[in-house]
Design a protein around this ligand. Structure first.
Ligand code: SAM
Length: 227
């Protein structure tokens, strides 16, 4: 009850700030218990609008950033979505809630094996009914996930130095990719549309700060991915 009230208050805040704009995203935020996706000792901060550590040097993104990215992605019931950077599983749960309304699917890929295990546990506790609509994969998502391509939407929740070419290839014509691109310390959220004729249109959304996307098309672990 306490968490539900806090969740509702946060949703009202994000609506009044113009961050949550659509009914579907509002519903998803009200439905998914963020407190189940943060470490036990941080549960009381679950509805503070801030990123929180989830172990392995990684974070669950701030609620406003999850909302901005979800709104920009324009995920629809029935969509097939690829998420790169499962982390806690919270963003995947928000998306699974939306796409499940039309029997769509979320594929989510994470490079840190332990985090995938935790994300599956979080789902099983918080939203077991969404497990049927979600596939968890361990691997380097900077290359996308060829085996289940093409996707209606792709969302990258880690900072990339550039837009990885395989992600464009794995997007359906008419599809959309949302990805933070920049250096280690600051990025811009890019909205990349692949038009039906295959042409690519890129729009800049908001400034943001994400942990780095590592891997073949991301920052190399050795380079410290700083500049
Ligand atoms: N979406 C997550 C959530 O809802 O909790 C937050 C993601 S966190 C900001 C970024 C995640 O991207 C980290 O868990 C990190 O391990 C992962 N990551 C970084 N590089 C990756 C790669 N090449 N492939 C897959 N995951 C990657």
């Amino acid at each position: 009850m306490r968490f539900f009230e806090e969740r509702r208050r946060l949703v009202e805040e994000l609506k009044s700030e113009g961050v949550i704009r659509s009914k579907l995203v509002e519903e998803a935020f009200l439905h998914i218990p963020r407190e189940e996706f943060v470490p036990e000792h941080l549960r009381s901060y679950a509805y503070v609008d801030t990123p929180l550590p989830i172990g392995y040097g990684q974070t669950i993104s701030a609620p406003h950033m999850v909302a901005i990215m979800t709104e920009e992605l324009e995920a629809q019931p029935g969509d097939v979505v690829l998420e790169i950077g499962t982390g806690s599983g919270y963003q995947a749960a928000i998306l699974a809630y939306i796409v499940s309304k039309g029997h769509g699917h979320v594929y989510t890929i994470e490079i840190v094996k332990e985090l995938t295990k935790r994300a599956i546990n979080n789902f099983a506790k918080a939203v077991p009914e969404l497990l049927d609509y979600t596939t968890f994969v361990i691997g380097d998502g900077s290359k996308g996930l060829e085996i289940f391509a093409p996707y209606d939407k792709i969302i990258v929740t880690a900072a990339a130095p550039n837009i990885p070419e395989p992600l464009i290839k794995q997007l359906k014509p008419g599809g959309r990719l949302v990805i933070p691109v920049g250096n280690r310390w600051s990025q811009v959220l890019l909205i990349v549309d692949k038009r039906r004729d295959g042409a690519i249109r890129i729009r800049e959304s908001v400034p943001c700060v994400f942990v780095p996307l590592v891997g073949e098309y991301g920052w190399s672990k050795e380079s410290e991915y700083l500049y």
